[in-house]
Write a protein that binds this ligand. Structure first.
Ligand SMILES: [Zn+2]
Length: 274
């Protein structure tokens, strides 16, 4: 079977070694994993997840009565935290997830990207996504790269109007360095072709699949009154997730992906007669 996320990691290592804008990225602190995403359903092809955001300030949720507009309930105080993901003793700073098989079946045809690649091969859409996600990594590791506007302030949108053009320039720059085609050739094939050729498409996932490490909330150590408090306002206990907050390589698992499902790959286990 082809391990798709391993191929993507190797490609990303090659890209960051050849594209000056991305050279600051240390791929040994970036974990690449797969999520489920059908080719015939809408959704992202890939996502960049930051693990270095600091703990949030304390906050609470509140609910208003629809007619009177008065606050009727609020949650306990909480903070939001990033999970830790430590692979081989190394804390990961970012994760990049790819939706399979959707990503494998991506094409340039009739997409927003097409105008940046006139007459190009359809598989370039996939290389564009790979570089797009790498470009979201912030050089100062303060979350997702902020886009500076012409007036020097930062845009609230992480895709400024030049973002897509800059990504396309990096795709061209990368291919212009004449990388070994063996590094990116797997992008040329769609999911069915890879599945036939390699006898399966596998990828790294989390044991908690389809869930994966995400920001989570934790009850604040001290609970104090707040502005929302008034006569009759009920303070509700937080509903906390049961997801782990710390992950290691023991939480990773290889899964084989199919058109509409996936299954865990059990390696090296043999049936044994008693
Ligand atoms: Zn993006």
């Amino acid at each position: 079977m082809i391990n798709y996320t391993e191929r993507l990691s190797a490609l990303m290592r090659d890209v960051v070694s050849r594209v000056p804008t991305l050279q600051f990225i240390d791929m040994s602190a970036v974990l690449v994993f797969a999520r489920a995403g059908r080719s015939d359903a809408d959704g992202p092809f890939a996502t960049c997840h930051c693990l270095t955001l600091p703990q949030s300030e304390e906050g609470y949720y509140f609910w208003r009565d629809r007619t009177s507009g008065r606050i009727t309930r609020r949650s306990e105080w909480f903070v939001t935290k990033s999970p830790t993901v430590v692979i081989g003793g190394r804390p990961m700073k970012y994760m990049i997830s790819f939706s399979l098989p959707r990503f494998c079946d991506q094409s340039l045809d009739r997409t927003r990207k097409e105008k940046y690649y006139p007459g190009a091969d359809p598989w370039l859409a996939k290389l564009d996504t790979v570089i797009h996600e790498l470009y979201h990594i912030d050089p100062e590791h303060r979350g997702i790269r902020r886009i500076e506007r012409e007036d020097g302030t930062y845009s609230a949108n992480c895709h400024g109007h030049q973002f897509f053009e800059q990504v396309a320039d990096m795709v061209t720059a990368y291919l212009g360095t004449r990388p070994d085609p063996a590094v990116y050739d797997f992008l040329r094939s769609d999911f069915d072709t890879l599945d036939r050729r390699y006898g399966g498409v596998a990828a790294t996932t989390f044991r908690t699949f389809p869930s994966f490490p995400q920001r989570y909330i934790e009850r604040a150590p001290t609970q104090r009154p707040c502005e929302a408090d008034a006569e009759g306002v009920v303070i509700e206990p937080l509903r906390l997730t049961t997801q782990p907050s710390h992950y290691t390589e023991a939480d990773l698992q290889t899964r084989r992906f199919f058109k509409k499902s996936s299954a865990r790959v059990v390696v090296g286990r043999r049936a044994r007669a008693a």
